[in-house]
Design a protein around this ligand. Structure first.
Ligand code: SF4
Ligand code: SF4
Length: 443
């Protein structure tokens, strides 16, 4: 057998294995009884990327194909790509098969997200990755920084320098300079006829508005998830949010609007997915990325409900709007620069007290009973901040369970035992609180 045949066989095995795993995960989600039909759009988007290998159906459906640009962090302003007439695809990856292949070039102890991203590039075949000749990587953590160097053997890599001290004047200057530089690179590359005229404030304004609509819908979903009687499972909501990476912003927002209507109806009819006694769990820590659904599925299989998270591919993805920029290009660029820097609570920044306030506020707003602190093996920066998060949550009497894992399914049973024990403990705590409140003397 010649080398080409071997490579083709390897590629087919790889794609089949991802398709099989994704189909199982999506099937489990589709079988959840009484699910709102609007969820199907998000499941179909995931299926088109990982099973059918036809990402353009959801990302780039127009007959005139736009150029696709891969981004490796939520800190890349997608509005700049959209305004230049290109399509952005978030390529932060959550796939076990590709994380194994990534180890060919990335040290074993690096986080699986980066190994998985590398693996998808080394092992060609997944169209969502292959269609992006250019990728943008911010220098957030060490793993992302070095990923850029490794990927440059395969792709045209544009690094953007992220200042790690957010509040300093020099940081704002560096960041805005970086974004202006990025904007011109994107324009030159993506132009589609607009390159000569440069991205005008009209295009940028339209892109900002489009994202704002998606953000508004996400906030609606979050407020629905705050309800005392949950009407959507957390594992369903995570897929909805993760799917933003692989869909057109306007289509995602439109379908989320439909979902929000269907969920609001469920709230009205008191059609909860679980009892109010179900422990409400908040996931903090490293991002949770499809098709790795290990943590959220275990929480809910073991009798809890995931009510919110701080994941940059989840509830935090679109949380912060661009504050009312003026109509001028300069005003819009300033608005974008501050939206993508100031509110970001990724532990890549220091000091990062904003993250503590945000977690504390979200835990209270979503009435979480416990926090599962998710550390992807090798993700040192999230692990570093664990004790500070624990300290503020201990003060609020919120139990925290630290779970360290990667994308390998082998530790599922071990994690199940720990998560089950945590949820049982939260259940008895909730029960005690209920009986204590019943025994309160009438004043
Ligand atoms: S965890 Fe931080 S560095 Fe990693 S993708 Fe999310 S925002 Fe970017
Ligand atoms: S922040 Fe953590 S999960 Fe994200 S790329 Fe860096 S090490 Fe990996």
């Amino acid at each position: 057998m010649n080398q080409t045949n071997i490579a083709d066989k390897q590629k087919n095995r790889f794609l089949k294995s991802i398709a099989r795993r994704t189909t199982i995960e999506l099937e489990k989600l589709r079988q959840i009884p009484e699910s709102p039909p609007a969820l199907n759009y998000f499941y179909d988007a995931m299926e088109s990327v990982f099973v059918r290998n036809e990402p353009e159906r959801f990302l780039n459906p127009d007959s005139t194909k736009k150029k696709m640009i891969g981004v490796y962090c939520m800190m890349v302003p997608e509005e700049l790509i959209d305004a230049a007439g290109a399509v952005s695809v978030r390529l932060c990856a959550g796939c076990f098969e590709s994380s194994q292949i990534g180890e060919d070039r990335i040290p074993k102890d690096v986080c699986p997200l980066v190994k998985s991203a590398m693996g998808f590039t080394i092992q060609k075949g997944l169209a969502a990755v292959d269609l992006c000749d250019v990728v943008i990587i911010p220098t957030t953590c060490d793993a992302k920084r070095k990923l850029g160097e490794e990927l440059s053997a395969f792709k045209n890599v544009w690094m953007i320098e992220v200042p790690h001290i957010k509040d300093a004047e020099f940081s704002r200057r560096i960041w805005i300079d970086q974004l202006y530089g990025l904007k011109s690179k994107i324009e030159k590359y993506a132009g589609n006829g607009r390159a000569k005229t440069k991205t005008s404030s009209r295009y940028l304004g339209a892109a900002i508005k489009k994202t704002a609509v998606a953000q508004w819908e996400l906030r609606q979903l979050l407020s629905i998830r705050q309800s005392k009687s949950p009407v959507i499972w957390g594992r369903q909501a995570v897929v909805v949010e993760n799917a933003y990476a692989y869909t057109r912003t306007e289509d995602w927002a439109e379908n989320l609007a439909q979902l929000n209507i269907q969920l609001a109806e469920k709230v009205k009819n008191n059609n909860a997915v679980c009892s109010e006694n179900c422990p409400r769990i908040f996931i903090a820590g490293s991002p949770v990325i499809f098709p790795n659904t290990k943590i959220q599925s275990l929480v809910e299989e073991m009798g809890g409900i995931l009510v919110a998270d701080e994941s940059c591919a989840g509830d935090r993805y679109l949380y912060d709007p661009i504050g009312n920029p003026e109509n001028s290009l300069a005003g819009q660029m300033t608005g974008i620069a501050s939206r993508y820097l100031a509110p970001c609570i990724c532990p890549a920044f220091t000091p990062n007290d904003d993250r503590l306030f945000m977690i504390k506020r979200m835990v209270a707003d979503f009435a979480a009973d416990g926090v599962l602190y998710h550390v992807l093996k090798g993700c040192v920066i999230y692990d570093f901040e664990l004790h500070r998060v624990e300290k503020i949550l201990n003060r609020a009497k919120i139990p925290v369970l630290r779970i360290e894992t990667d994308y390998n399914p082998e530790d599922v049973e071990q994690l199940r035992t720990r998560i089950e024990a945590f949820i049982e403990m939260l259940k008895s705590q909730k029960k005690k609180k209920r009986s204590d409140s019943l025994c309160q003397p009438i004043s």
